[in-house]
Design a protein around this ligand. Structure first.
Ligand SMILES: Nc1nc2c(ncn2[C@@H]2O[C@H](COP(=O)(O)OP(=O)(O)OP(=O)(O)O)[C@@H](O)[C@H]2O)c(=O)[nH]1
Ligand SMILES: [Mg+2]
Ligand SMILES: [Zn+2]
Length: 307
């Protein structure tokens, strides 16, 4: 039988076959080319399962090839990676200006990781009800001005108390598998509960003592929408570690740089200070945003420090 993994809690996986959800487990080991994973099977995976003799549980025989996946460095195990979810049509990064604050650097890291599979990205600014003052207005405008020209949609919402929530999100979510990611406490599960009637994800106020969040959601889980499509709720991410990207490859994952690639004087240009660099020229001319270029340099430096 073929099915899709909708939840993973350690060694058991909930596999949705369309008719029913079967608790399944892995027997033996799967070799996955080039990847050292903390989770061999991820939410979103399509798998082949065989019912066990009890007719209730099943064994996962095979993982079907992944169309794409969103992956990050493992925080627990060095040199290992963790697949957040696979086979997604788009990824929503939920961001908030405060409690917790989402930095531009964090946004850019996430976008780089989804660009490696050309997964379309959407930024969801949540907790709009708490956005007050000049700083908030400036931050909000920056998000629109920096990311929309790059092709990322920006949605503003208040997951907790927006009466137009369904109407706002349905056109984006219909017919698609959408991953929701972001820092802990931004409101991912709150949004999910508002959009999926049957969902009852725990949500929790972030503590007054720390704005780092509590990691209320601990496992990724896929939920079906009332209309066609599904949403994957995920645990909060504190830092987004990007998998090893070659220095000369990184600019491919910045859409505003991608369009100029091949136009630098040197083939192996890293766009730092090389003569005849088109990226530096475009930065100076204002076609590349300085925040984005700064993120580019930060990721480049971080990658170097790992070698
Ligand atoms: N004011 C306000 N609070 C919100 C909004 N959305 C969510 N919250 C609150 O923010 C807190 C965190 O929400 P969660 O949905 O648990 O956050 P999460 O992103 O799922 O967090 P993790 O599961 O830890 O990753 C809760 O107290 C929510 O009620 C909003 O639009 N406005
Ligand atoms: Mg949550
Ligand atoms: Zn260059």
């Amino acid at each position: 039988m073929k099915g899709r993994v909708i939840k993973s809690t350690g060694s058991w996986y909930d596999v949705d076959t369309g008719d029913t959800v079967i608790s399944s487990r892995l027997k033996g080991k799967f070799k996955q080319a080039g990847l050292k994973l903390t989770n061999p099977i991820a939410v979103g995976d399509w798998v082949e399962i065989d019912l066990e003799s009890n007719q209730e549980t099943a064994v996962i025989k095979d993982i079907l090839p992944r169309q794409n996946y969103v992956i990050r460095k493992s925080t627990r195990k060095q040199h290992f990676s963790h697949i957040i979810a696979s086979n997604v049509d788009q990824a929503m990064l939920m961001i908030t200006m405060k409690r917790p604050r989402t930095s531009f650097g964090f946004i850019d890291r996430f976008l780089v990781s989804i660009e490696s599979f050309r997964i379309p990205g959407i930024l969801v600014i949540n907790k709009m009800d708490q956005m007050e003052g000049e700083d908030a207005e400036e931050w909000r405008q920056d998000i629109h001005e920096i990311y929309e020209p790059l092709g990322y949609k920006v949605i503003e919402t208040s997951a907790l108390n927006d009466s137009e929530l369904e109407k706002t999100f349905e056109p984006y979510l219909k017919g698609k598998t959408t991953l929701i990611a972001g820092h802990s406490g931004v409101g991912k599960s709150t949004l999910l509960n508002s959009l999926v009637e049957k969902a009852n994800q725990a949500t929790q106020e972030i503590s007054d003592y720390t704005t780092k969040g509590l990691h209320t959601t601990t496992f990724a889980e896929l939920f079906h929408l009332e209309y066609e499509g599904s949403l994957i709720d995920t645990p909060g991410i504190k830092e987004f570690g990007i998998l090893d990207v070659e220095d000369t490859e990184l600019s491919h994952y910045f859409p505003e740089m991608r369009e100029y690639l091949g136009q630098c004087k040197y083939n192996d240009c890293k766009h730092i200070n090389e003569p005849g660099c088109i990226i530096i020229q475009k930065l100076e001319e204002g076609y590349i945003h300085p925040y984005r270029y700064q993120s580019y340099l930060n990721i480049l430096n971080e990658e170097d420090s790992h070698r």
